[in-house]
Design a protein around this ligand. Structure first.
Ligand code: ADP
Ligand code: MG
Length: 705
């Protein structure tokens, strides 16, 4: 083991980029490299920081007799093959017995190769590891891990790591790649000695080495629970990197120029006056927060969170009004045509009477119309441009873009948001307001997005009746159809959401069509409509319009209606195979009802038997309609990585630390980050560079947006 060097940041910081994995040449190595890359393991340091999820103890051999007595435990034994036979009853299998001085045990293989039969010939010495069971013919191991050894072959002197692996990557290959990387990597400790001493932190190299190769006498529980001091060090490093990048990104943003949108003028006040309702207290508060940011000379980057139906659109429109009042343009981008069009209609209806010119730009427009919309943006004739991804195309330019609004921002990739933000002029970066109804717990939002202010609308407009949610077994479908019928006769409208079939879009479409046909047949006196993702936008719009006008009673839909659709008269929702949906998706879907005055109902049809997780989800849905509570439980069920998805966070930033249980480490990391960045010594900056390079590699840029 090379000695751990103390902080020598100048050396580490001098490097321009993370060192790639040493040159590999053979085709086999190439495939391994690409498989490693799929796991995000590109550099030696990536490999070194790919830490085990658990360990196997191969450090001792237990006498066979003792292993048999222990029973039900995983043990490693060694013996000479005394019997090797293939039996055919009840099915073909290979039975091998091994014996040591104390006893013998049978190894049973249900799947095996001819070569294994030869390899395990009588008289061979075998080391086998597996769970000992007591079968009809005495003690046995089924499909043990085994190898042929010479007498006295050495045992490993540390626990054997088991790594998170990807498809086609064996533990052996991973272990070797990591062991090789450990020899090459630069072990410089990026945390200054003074900090380590003050916080009693372990040194970097010994900590990481221990996690890969723990000595047999280690406190294994502490390893598994991630409470071992070696884990604390790794978590600290990870959190420090996060805090550093957060603060740096904030500083960098404050150095950029943005148009100062200082006028809250005639448009804003006329708009507020014309609204058919009063803002809720929460809306008024976030409008004020946003308004204040927009006056600043550096770009706002704010996430507006609010549960479905909390009224984010008005808030966005008011922000746009401030931009327009100040002589700038605003752009609003939504992830689907349906949603964009809905915004367009609503906002145009609010604002055009007040003299605002609103342009509409989506991919489905005819070339000429697109050109016209794009010209309006470029000439400045349009004050507000609303659309889909089409807004971010190179050909679309803005005369004076002051504010970018992104609805359902989690539906967009980081790159897409960045492109729109780059459409400012005169070297100024437009302000950005992102909206999301997928409520991300505040701590998570702050730590996953490197640099983001958060505003929360934590109150629904008055007069909403709560949604009653029931879970119903699929085999009571007929009763449900009956209920749909009754509701429709009372003048209520119904959504019928088709099952999610992730593996096959074609199958999903098929199911939707089938459902539509059976429902239309069972409800001959009602108008049943169908909307799905494969329809042309214009076709979708026709159906959605008819539904909005109340001409369609029952709307059969795939998850295309998940976001944003707003039809207040719809008050019954049926979700088929609810067990296949995630919590936040269910919540989003359910949010389509409960928007009007009528008491709303959501029926979750499920296929029994339900798995544990599905049961938990449906129970949560029945118990609460509070999006934040649902998000919290979702996080609990799924863990933060999956919760956010790689798409949202660039790559999930926290792999080791847990924001709930490791809050104390977060605080330490925050203090140290502030101290390092506050110092104007060149060494401190070099420490920061080296630490960020090690932990974030090239990802830091990505996390800023
Ligand atoms: P979301 O936050 O899900 O985007 P919307 O902005 O679509 O919600 O608002 C949901 C509905 O509530 C819309 O019909 C909107 O006009 C209405 N609304 C918004 N704010 C208020 C308010 N303060 N009082 C009454 N209704 C409101
Ligand atoms: Mg919305």
């Amino acid at each position: 083991m090379p000695a751990t060097k103390d902080t020598a940041p100048a050396r580490a910081a001098g490097k321009p980029a993370a060192k790639p994995v040493a040159k590999q040449t053979t085709p086999v190595q190439k495939t391994i490299e690409s498989k490693l890359a799929k796991l995000g393991l590109r550099t030696d340091m990536d490999l070194v920081l790919h830490l085990p999820m658990r360990y196997e103890d191969e450090t001792e051999i237990v006498p066979i007799r003792e292993a048999c007595l222990r029973g039900g435990h995983v043990s490693q034994v060694e013996g000479i093959v005394t019997k090797n036979e293939i039996t055919y009853k009840p099915r073909k299998q290979l039975l091998v017995s091994i014996a040591d001085e104390t006893s013998d045990i049978q190894l049973r293989f249900m799947n095996f190769y001819g070569s294994q039969v030869k390899q395990l010939a009588e008289g061979t010495r075998v080391r086998a590891r597996g769970e000992v069971r007591h079968g009809f013919f005495g003690a046995e191991m089924v499909h043990p891990v085994y190898k042929v050894v010479n007498e006295g072959a050495p045992l490993p002197n540390s626990l054997t790591p088991v790594y998170p692996a990807g498809e086609g990557l064996s533990q052996t290959v991973l272990r070797r790649a990591i062991a090789d990387a450990m020899k090459r990597v630069d072990w410089t400790d990026t945390v200054p000695r003074a900090v380590r001493e003050q916080l009693s932190l372990a040194e970097f190299q010994p900590a990481v080495r221990l996690l890969h190769y723990p000595p047999p006498d280690v406190d294994e529980n502490a390893l598994i629970e991630k409470t071992h001091p070696a884990w604390t060090r790794v978590k600290f490093d990870e959190l420090l990197a996060q805090q550093l990048s957060l603060k740096r990104a904030q500083n960098a943003r404050r150095e950029k120029g943005a148009p100062q949108l200082t006028t809250v003028g005639t448009l804003s006040s006329a708009f507020l006056e014309a609204l058919p309702f009063k803002l809720t207290r929460a809306q008024a508060r976030v409008v004020e927060e946003i308004s204040k940011d927009l006056r600043e000379g550096y770009p706002m980057q704010r996430l507006l969170q609010g549960d479905v139906g909390s009224g984010k659109t008005v808030v966005a429109a008011l922000a746009a009004a401030q931009a327009i009042d100040s002589g700038y343009q605003a752009a609003l981008m939504a992830p689907t045509e349906i949603l964009a069009e809905q915004h367009f209609r609503k906002i145009a209806a609010w604002m055009e009477p007040l003299g605002v010119k609103v342009a509409w730009l989506t991919g489905s427009l005819k070339k000429k119309e697109k050109q016209a919309a794009s010209d309006m943006a470029e000439s400045g004739e349009a004050n507000l441009v609303i659309g889909t991804h089409a807004l971010i195309q190179d050909t679309v330019q803005f005369a004076k873009l002051g504010l970018v609004l992104v609805d359902e921002q989690h539906r967009f990739g980081v790159g897409q948001r960045l492109t729109l933000r780059n459409k400012g002029s005169d070297g100024l970066v437009p302000h950005q307001l992102m909206m999301s109804a997928t409520p991300i717990p505040r701590t998570l939002a702050m730590t996953y997005y490197a640099d983001l202010e958060v505003s929360v609308i934590d109150e629904l407009p008055p007069g909403r009746t709560p949604i009653v949610t029931r879970a119903i077994d699929q085999n009571r479908r007929d009763e449900v159809i009956e209920r749909v019928h009754a509701a429709a006769l009372e003048g209520r409208q119904v959504y019928w959401v088709c099952p999610l079939i992730e593996e096959s879009e074609a199958l999903q479409l098929q199911t939707a069509t089938d459902t539509f046909e059976t429902l239309a047949a069972s409800l001959p006196d009602l108008v049943v409509g169908l909307v799905h993702g494969r329809m042309k936008p214009a076709e979708k719009q026709v159906i959605m319009d008819a539904f909005s006008r109340g001409e369609v009673h029952v709307l059969v839909a795939t998850t295309v209606i998940e976001v944003g659709v707003d039809v207040p008269n719809a008050s019954l929702m049926v979700i088929e195979h609810a067990e296949r949906f995630g919590l936040s998706q269910l919540h989003q879907l359910r949010g389509r009802v409960g928007r009007g005055q009528a008491a709303s109902v959501c029926l979750l049809l499920y296929q029994s038997p339900l798995g544990q997780v599905a049961k938990q989800r449906l129970m949560t849905m029945r118990e609460t309609t509070d999006g934040f509570e649902i998000a919290r439980r979702d996080l609990e069920i799924r863990g933060p990585g999956e919760f956010l998805g790689a798409r949202q966070s660039g790559e999930a930033m926290l792999r080791f630390a847990n924001l709930e249980t490791d809050q104390w480490i977060v605080e330490q990391a925050r203090d140290v980050a502030a101290w390092l960045l506050g110092s104007d010594r060149a060494e401190a900056e070099a420490v920061v560079d080296a630490h960020l390079l090690r932990w974030l590699g090239g990802r830091e840029e990505f996390l800023k947006v």
